[in-house]
Design a protein around this ligand. Structure first.
Ligand code: HEC
Ligand SMILES: [Cu+2]
Length: 314
C-alpha cells in the first residue's frame, strides 16, 4: 500500500519548489480528510446509538436543515475555497510565465511507444531515455508525442502533463538538489506502457554545461569493421541516428548510448552483458516494441556491432 511513498518516484519526497507545493497540498488534504473521516465516523456511531427522535417534529426538521446547509453546502464550499487558495499558486508555479532576470532552460521531450526522445534545442543535443538537468534553474519542458497520448511525469519534481500528438504542452519544473529521480509515462499508451521509464539526473550547473558541451561536439567517423558496418548503416541506421554516420529518426538516438544509465527506457541496466541481451532478445524482454527481430544476423556480426556500440560516448 505504501509502495509509492518512498524512493526515486515519490511525490512525498519533493526535490524541487513545484514538487514541494504539490506535497504540501497533499499533506493538508490528508490531514483535513482525516479530521473529516474521524468526525463523520463519530457522528455516525452517535446517530446509530442514540434513541430515535420524533422525525416529524418542528425541531427535528430545523436540525435536519441545519445539517444539510452546514455539512452539505457550507463545509464543502469552505474546503474547496481553501484547496483553491493552495492549489492555484501551485498550478501557477508550473506555468511557463515570463521570469524576469532568470534564464529558463528549454528542453523538448517527445513520447514514443515506448521510449523518450530528449532535445536540448540551445545546443542541438539529442539523446534518449535519460534526462539530465541543472540544479537550481527553472526548466520549461515542451512535451509532445510522435504516436499516441503519453504523459510526462517526474513525481519528485512536480506535476504531470499530457503528451499529445500534434500539440505541444509546456510545464515548468525545477530541481533544487542534485540526485537521481525517476520519471514514468503516466497515460496508458499500449502494452509496454509500464516499461516507459525515464531515468532523471540533476547535476550542478557546471557539470551540466560540461555534459552538454561534450555532446554538442560528439561526431563519429567509424562504423563497425567489415560487413557489420554496412549492416548497421543499411538496417539499424534507418531507424537510429549516430551523429556523423546515420540519421534515422524513428528510434532512440544512439550517439551517446554508452553513457546512458539504462537500455529499453529503464528496462535493463546499461552494461555490456545487457546490451548483448537486448540486441538478441529485445522482443522477449519488451514484447511488441518497434524494433524488429533480426534473427538472420550472425552472432559474430551482432557481437561486432555490440562492441562498437559500447564505444559511443563522449
Ligand atoms: C524499425 C526500426 C528499428 C531498427 C531497424 C532497429 N531498431 Fe533498435 N530500436 C528501435 C526502437 C523503436 C527502439 C526502442 C524500443 C523501446 O524501448 O521501446 C530501439 C532500441 C534500441 C536500442 C536501445 C536504445 C536505448 O536507449 O534503450 C539499441 C541499442 C538498439 N535499438 C540497437 C539497434 C541495432 C544494433 C539495430 C540493427 C541491428 C537496430 N537497433 C535496428 C527501432 C529500430
Ligand atoms: Cu504510457
Amino acid at each position: 500500500m505504501l509502495a509509492a511513498c518512498e524512493g526515486a518516484q515519490s511525490t512525498l519526497d519533493p526535490a524541487g519548489p513545484q514538487a514541494r507545493q504539490v506535497a504540501l497540498i497533499w499533506w493538508w488534504m490528508f490531514g483535513v480528510a482525516g479530521v473529516v473521516l474521524v468526525g463523520v465516523s463519530g457522528l455516525w456511531i452517535y446517530a446509530s446509538a442514540r434513541k430515535p427522535r420524533d422525525v416529524g417534529s418542528e425541531e427535528a426538521i430545523r436540525i435536519n436543515r441545519r445539517w444539510v446547509i452546514g455539512g452539505g453546502i457550507l463545509l464543502p464550499t469552505i474546503a474547496i475555497v481553501l484547496l483553491l487558495i493552495f492549489g492555484l499558486p501551485a498550478g501557477r508555479s508550473m506555468l511557463p510565465l515570463p521570469l524576469p532576470g532568470e534564464q529558463v532552460l528549454r528542453i523538448e521531450v517527445t513520447g514514443h511507444q515506448w521510449w523518450w526522445e530528449i532535445r536540448y534545442p540551445d545546443g542541438q543535443v539529442v539523446t534518449a531515455n535519460q534526462l539530465v538537468l541543472p540544479v537550481g534553474r527553472p526548466i520549461d519542458f515542451h512535451v509532445t508525442s510522435a504516436d499516441v497520448i503519453h504523459s510526462f511525469w517526474v513525481p519528485r519534481l512536480g506535476g504531470k502533463v499530457d503528451m499529445i500528438p500534434g500539440r505541444t504542452n509546456v510545464i515548468r519544473l525545477e530541481a533544487a538538489q542534485p540526485g537521481r529521480f525517476r520519471g514514468q509515462c503516466s497515460e496508458f499508451c499500449g502494452r509496454q506502457h509500464a516499461r516507459m521509464i525515464l531515468p532523471v539526473e540533476a547535476v550542478d550547473a557546471a557539470e551540466f554545461d560540461a555534459w552538454i558541451a561534450a555532446r554538442r561536439q560528439l561526431v563519429f567517423a567509424r562504423l563497425p569493421d567489415g560487413e557489420a558496418g554496412d549492416l548497421f548503416r543499411d538496417r539499424c541506421g534507418q531507424c537510429h541516428r549516430v551523429a556523423g554516420l546515420t540519421d534515422g529518426d524513428r528510434a532512440p538516438d544512439l550517439t551517446d548510448l554508452a553513457s546512458r544509465p539504462t537500455l529499453g527506457a529503464g528496462l535493463l541496466p546499461n552494461d555490456g552483458e545487457h546490451l548483448r541481451r537486448w540486441l538478441r532478445e529485445h522482443q522477449e524482454l519488451k514484447s511488441g516494441n518497434a524494433m524488429p527481430l533480426h534473427d538472420d544476423i550472425p552472432d559474430a556480426t551482432l557481437e561486432r556491432i555490440a562492441a562498437w556500440l559500447e564505444t559511443l560516448e563522449p
